[in-house]
Design a protein around this ligand. Sequence first.
Ligand code: MRU
Length: 354
Amino acid sequence: MDPLKQITHIDNVKLGEDGASVVVIDQTRLPGATEYLVLCTAKEIYDAIYELKVRGAPAIGICAGYGIYVLARSIATEDYGLFYRKFREYKEYLDSARPTAVNLGWALNRMEQVVLGHKDRPVKEILGLLEQECRLIQQEDMEMCRAISEYGLSLLCDGDGILTHCNAGPLATSRYGTALGPLFLGKERGMEFHVFADETRPLLQGARLTSYELQKAGIDVTLICDNMASLVMKNGWVQACFVGCDRVAANGDAANKIGTSGVAILAKYYNIPFYVLGPSSTIDLNCKTGEDIRIELRKPEEIKEKFYQQPMAPPEVKCYNPAFDVTDHSLITGIVTEKGILKPPYTESLRKFL
Ligand code: MRU
C-alpha cells in the first residue's frame, strides 16, 4: 500500500474477528510504536477511552458502538428484561468515560435504540442487529469523513498554509479524518500544503499524532508549540485554520481540544478564516449554547509530569486541567459538514441541516 493510503485507511478501531473484542491502535504509544490492544471487558474498553488510547470524537463513538456490542454478547440470558437491564448498566458505564465528545453518548444511544426497538425478538436476533448497527456507525463515519474532506478541500488553494490544533485525522475518526481530511485528499490529487501543527499541551496530540500522520503521508508539516501560533499567523504563513470538534451547540459554539478558542481569537485578529470540520454526529441541538457543554477536567499529573523525565512543577502546586474549551460561534467562519459548509447564523443553518 502506498504511504498516503496507509495513513488515510489506517485501521484504528475494529471489531475483533471473533466478535468478542474491540481491537484498537494504542494512540498513547504513537509515534514510537504501533501497538494494537484487544479489549474484551467493560473495564478494558472504559480505560482505553478514558486514557485516550482511543481518542478523537468519532473514533470514541465507533469504539463505544463495538464495545457495547461485545459486552452485550457476553450477557448470558435469553430473557429480554434481564438482557436490557445489564445492557443499560454497561451503556451507562461506558458513557461515563468522557463527558465532552457527544459521539460517545450518540453511538451508545443508537445501539440502545436497536435493543428498545425489538423487544419482541429473541436476544440472539437482537445481537445480530446490534452487530449490524455498530458496523454501520463506522461505515457511515467513513462516508461522512470523505464528504467533509471534499467540502474542506474546496476552501483551499494549492500552496496554502494551514494551522491545525490537536488531532482530527484518520486516527481520530475512521478514514481520512475531518480537519486533516482535506489535506490528505488534496495530496492524493497532487496539491501541496504547508501545515503548522500546534503541539497541543498537555497531551501532545498535535506533536505525537498530527505531525506523525502528515509526515507519513508526505505532507509538509511544521510542528510548533501552542504559543507560537500568533507569530506564524503574523508572518503571513497561515491562509486558513482547520480544526475538529467534540460537540457543536445549536448556536454554533463548538467545543474542541483546549487551546482551540485561543487559535480562533488569533485568527480573527489576523483576519484568517477559521473553520470547524465535523460530522453531523458531533452536533448536539440539545445544547443551546456552549454554556451547556460539559467540559472534561483531567488529572493535574498530565500538566506536571506526563511526558517529562522528571516532574516539572512543585508536586503540591494547584493545577487546572480542562481538556476542552468552547470557541464562540462569532469566531467561526464556517462549519464544514458531510452535507456542505454551514455559514452564520448557525442557529438557522444547523437547524436546517439536521
Ligand atoms: O482529548 P482528545 O484527544 O480526544 O480530543 C480530540 C479533539 O479535540 C479533536 O479535535 C476532536 O475530537 C475531533 S476528532 C475528528
